[in-house]
Design a protein around this ligand. Structure first.
Ligand code: SF4
Ligand code: SF4
Length: 139
């Protein structure tokens, strides 16, 4: 068994890093303004406790039945998941923002729809303006 990671579902919440007892996960950005993050999981350090898969809110981490080959410690830095997670841009103003995948929205709202997903392609500021104009100006 080994942990698998889907970078299209990650919402960069860092929960997996926080709950990992083995310090096997690291998420970092290259600098403060970076829209690109790197996700690393070192299989040699992972104890397969399942904490990260249990607490990941979007289903980006899964326990797979893929065989985890035995690797010597000298290969621990190559026997790892190295993936990029990118921020996206607001579909209205172009501001850099975090995309919320459908799995996350479905968990948060019970189900998802095209209009809900469209709403969450807006940054928080545009979302507030959009909600205000829909509810107050065009009730
Ligand atoms: S399964 Fe446990 S040890 Fe392995 S990466 Fe996840 S939290 Fe860390
Ligand atoms: S993998 Fe899951 S828990 Fe870890 S940062 Fe991404 S969304 Fe959060």
């Amino acid at each position: 068994m080994k942990i698998k990671f889907d970078n299209t579902l990650c919402v960069l919440c860092h929960t997996c890093e926080f709950v990992c007892p083995a310090n096997a996960i690291c998420i970092e950005s290259s600098n403060e303004q970076s829209a690109l993050y790197t996700f690393t999981l070192w299989h040699n350090s992972c104890t397969l406790c399942g904490n990260c898969t249990y607490y990941c809110p979007s289903g980006a981490l899964m326990l797979s039945h893929e065989e985890n080959a035995i690797n010597t410690q000298e290969h621990k830095y190559t026997h790892a998941i190295h993936a990029n997670v990118s921020l996206t841009t607001c579909s209205s103003c172009g501001e850099t923002m975090l995309a919320l995948p459908h799995t996350f929205l479905a968990k948060a709202f019970g189900s998802t729809s095209a209009s809900l997903e469209e709403h969450f392609r807006l940054c928080p500021t545009c979302r507030r303006t959009h909600t205000f104009s829909q509810r107050v100006l065009n009730p």
